[in-house]
Design a protein around this ligand. Sequence first.
Ligand SMILES: C[S@@+](CC[C@H](N)C(=O)[O-])C[C@H]1O[C@@H](n2cnc3c(N)ncnc32)[C@H](O)[C@@H]1O
Ligand SMILES: [Zn+2]
Length: 158
Amino acid sequence: MPKQPLKIEARKSPIHGNGVFATRKIRKGERIVRYVGALRTHEDVDEAYGEVEENGHTFLFTLNDDYVIDANVRGNIARWINHSCDPNCEAVVEEDDKGRPEKDKVFIEALRDIARGEELTYNYGITLDERHTPKLKKLWGCRCGKPDCTGTMLQPKR
Ligand SMILES: C[S@@+](CC[C@H](N)C(=O)[O-])C[C@H]1O[C@@H](n2cnc3c(N)ncnc32)[C@H](O)[C@@H]1O
Ligand SMILES: [Zn+2]
């Protein structure tokens, strides 16, 4: 079967560092890419990156209560997708039908039609265990540039 042409590419982003851009039109609801990396427990990741995370840069995706996907290790292009307060994509966790947390998967899907050349973004949904102080909000500052940008990637706690 002929391979489908790649619909995304990673390159420098106006938001931060590298980002991921559509190389063709992507339709609302389309599953774009799976977020992959090493599967690690929360304890393992806290031990490995506890202090590094203090700079607000992360390649970690919280999969569920048991596991985190660490895209520093065996990560793919999905790890370059930036956060936005008004995103065009969402991260969808597909739970294993047999309830095995280590088999859950994350996919990045289009929330709306995305034009060729547009940067892909999703809301990281980051909440920290500690209080979201002004200092932490600044550390996790958002530069998505959207009119409704909250100025931080940290989300209100429910
Ligand atoms: C998964 S990486 C995304 C790739 C990143 N641009 C890079 O080049 O490493 C996530 C990190 O990128 C940065 N980032 C992503 N979205 C951002 C945004 N809207 N504003 C500021 N920094 C952002 C933050 O440092 C965040 O922890
Ligand atoms: Zn923003």
